[in-house]
Design a protein around this ligand. Sequence first.
Ligand SMILES: *Cc1c(COP(=O)(O)O)cnc(C)c1O
Length: 413
Amino acid sequence: MNKGYFGQWGGAFIPEVLHQTFADLEKAYKAIREDPAFWQEYVDLMGNYSCRPTPLTFAENLSNHLGGARIYIKREDLNHTGAHKANNVMGQGLLVRRMGKKRVIAETGAGQHGVATATMAARFGFDCTIYMGEVDVARQRPNVFWMEKLGATVVPVKDGSRTLKDAINEAFRDWVTNMDNTHYVFGTACGPTPFPEMVSWFQSIVGIEANKQIQEQHGNVPDRVYACVGGGSNAMGIFKGFLEYEAVELVGVEAGGKGLETGEHAARMVGDTASPGVAQGYKTMFLQDDDGQMLETHSIAAGLDYVGVSPILADLGDKGRVRFEAATDEEVLDALTLTMRTEGIIPALESSHAFVQAIKEAPSMSRNQAIIINMSGRGDKDIFTIAHAFDDPSWKEFIIERAEEYKQKSFLT
Ligand SMILES: *Cc1c(COP(=O)(O)O)cnc(C)c1O
C-alpha cells in the first residue's frame, strides 16, 4: 500500500514548497504516536479542560418508546465548546506546542471549527488566523463574533464562490508563506496525509471510552454504532473503538438534504451523485460535475455540508465495513423533536442525522440488542435554524423586535 493511502483513497497532493513542512509534520506525528506520555497528557488535558470522559447515557425512554434495541447515546455534546471538535483541536494544540510553533491557522465553513481552534489558541497562547468565505462570514455571525472575542483574526475570503473551498485555498497560501512558525489545524479526517489519520487518532478517544462504557453498562459490545458523516471525524472517532469487532455493524449517516433525487444534499457515499476525484490535497469521492467543478451542496446541518469525505471512510465503505445511509432535513427535525421530548436532550442538527437512522432501525431489533448513537454535538447553536424550520411565531416576533430596537438605537447615535 502506498504511504498515506487507504485503498485507492487519500494521498498528499500538495505544492512542492510544502513538502518539507509535511515531512516535519509526519515526523512529529509519528513521534507522538510512539510516545505513551503524549496520549496521557492529551487524556489529562481533556479531562481537566473538556469534561472527558463524556458519559454514555442509556436512553431508556426513547428505547421504550421505540420498543426495540437498547439505545445508548455517547455524549460528545458535553465537551467544552459543545462538540467533538474540541478533541481534535486540543490534540493538535499539544502537537503544535511540541513542534515549537507559535501560530495556528484554520479554515472554517459553518464556523464551529473556527470557534474550536480560536478556543485552543487562546488556551495555548498561539497567534490565530481563521479563513472563512465572505458568504459564510455573513451567514455565521454568532460564530465569527466568538472567534474574534477569543482573540482570533477572521479573514473573509473574497475569491471564487466565497465559501469553504475558497477559504481552504487561502489557508494553504498562508501556510506556504509562513510554514516556519505556523501550523494548519485541519478540522476533520480529510485533507492530505497525515491529517486523515491524525485527526481520526485524536478522535479515537471517543471510541475507546464508548467501548469501555458499553461493556460496563450492557455487558457486551453493541450490535450497531451510528454516527453522522460530514468530513468524517466524529464517525471515525467512535468507529475506531469497534473496528476490530466484526459483529459490530458501523453505520455512517450523510446529509440527504431535500432528498437525493433533488440534487440538494451532501451524500457522497450514498446514491450516485459523487465520483472519485482529487481536490484540496487528497483523493476521495467528491460531489463534482463532469469537469471536476465542485457542486453546490445542501444540508439543514451546516457541519455536514461538505463536498468530500474522509478517505478512510471511503475505503471502509468499499470494503463493506461501514454501511452508509442518508437522512433528509425533514427526518432530522422529527428525530430531533422525538429525542428532545423523550430524553430532554437536544442533539445538534448534524448529530440528529445519526438519530434518524437509529430511530428507523431500533424497532426491528430485539430488546437484548444494544446500539450506540454518537451525539457529536449539542443543538443550542442551531437555535436560529431550528426555530426558523419550525416556523415558530414567537421566535419571529422576538427577532423582529430585536432588529427594530437596533435600528432605533443606530438612528439615535
Ligand atoms: C462539524 C460537526 C460535524 C461534522 O464533522 P465530522 O468531521 O464529520 O464529524 C458533526 N457534528 C457536529 C456537532 C459538528 O460540529
